[in-house]
Design a protein around this ligand. Structure first.
Ligand code: ZN
Length: 304
């Protein structure tokens, strides 16, 4: 979806991923075969966070869940299931069938601060690859990665509904699941030349049904971890048009965030209307890396 203009953001907090160094060292003794992959992986992805404007997919690519997630799991004292008992809700933005239900998705719903349309169709690339198809594909890949680490994963929709759900229901699904983390997956529809990803954090809202004050801080922690790991794993740059280079944007006008009572962020993985970003978004191999980056960020957040 397209969003309103740039907002000032304070400088990023120090990266959490420095905590990974001992993990890599520990792995050296345990799984030498995997270590080689980790070292190569860190060498290409562990730098500045990718603010090079290039959006290059420099990390190794794969269309299947890779050894990276297994390595992370194996280093935990819970063995192969570090996320056992944790609940993650994935919200694939929009719905491929929304285009056939415009009356229903235009119906206003209460998001606390005001009323807003139930849902939108989302954007697409210039060649017609729909954002809703992208979000569902990445959600499936992310679900597989998180389940492999023991998480209980729920999707707000799985292409199994005639439209929606509406943004208020998307929020309530995460709340009802008592999710430890919710990630809403999107891709933006902005002007050509606007590139890179950004993570949208809930601002403090206290109006009507909405009270985000308790989730602002944990959502920022989730979003920061997500942005760091997404940049590292995909090699993509942080947005060059929103967030002042941080890749983080705070908003108070999204029902999916306003009505959440659990830590939640959106991620706009790239700009579908830019041809270079579109080339990444339409690649299955890149989408696998995108899902891997998200799973690593969620693991970082949940393990503190
Ligand atoms: Zn969207």
């Amino acid at each position: 979806m397209s969003y309103v203009g740039p907002e000032f953001e304070p400088p990023r907090v120090p990266r959490r991923s420095v905590l990974r160094r001992p993990l890599v060292v520990a792995l050296a003794a345990l799984v030498p075969g995997v270590l080689a992959g980790w070292l190569a992986y860190g060498a290409v992805g562990g730098g500045s966070g990718g603010d090079d404007g290039g959006g290059r997919a420099t990390a190794p690519v794969s269309d299947t869940p890779s050894a990276h997630s297994t390595a992370t799991a194996g280093a935990d004292d819970k063995g192969a299931a570090p996320l056992k008992g944790r609940v993650v809700v994935i919200d694939p933005g929009h719905n491929p069938a929304n285009v056939r239900h415009t009356a229903e998705i235009n119906r206003p719903v209460d998001i606390g601060t005001h009323r807003k349309e139930c849902d939108t169709t989302g954007t697409s690339t210039n060649s017609g690859y729909a954002e809703a198809a992208f979000t569902l594909d990445v959600a499936h890949r992310l679900r597989t990665l998180l389940q492999a680490q023991g998480a209980t994963v729920k999707l707000t929709q799985d292409g199994d509904r005639p439209y929606g759900p509406c943004v208020d229901e998307r929020a309530r699904i995460g709340n009802a699941a008592h999710a430890d983390a919710v990630v809403s997956i999107h891709a933006d529809g902005s002007a050509t030349g606007n590139r890179g990803f950004h993570v949208i954090l809930p601002g403090a809202v206290h109006a009507g049904e909405a009270d985000t004050r308790p989730i602002v801080a944990p959502s920022r922690a989730l979003g920061t971890a997500l942005a760091d790991d997404f940049a590292r794993v995909t090699g993509s740059a942080r947005s060059n048009y929103l967030g002042g280079g941080t890749g983080l944007v705070t908003r108070t006008d999204l029902g999916g965030l306003n009505l959440s009572t659990v830590p939640k962020v959106f991620i706009e993985c790239g700009n579908m209307r830019d041809s270079k970003d579109a080339a990444l978004l339409t690649s299955g191999a890149w989408r696998q890396q995108a899902a891997l980056g998200m799973s690593e960020g969620i693991v970082s957040f949940l393990r503190g």
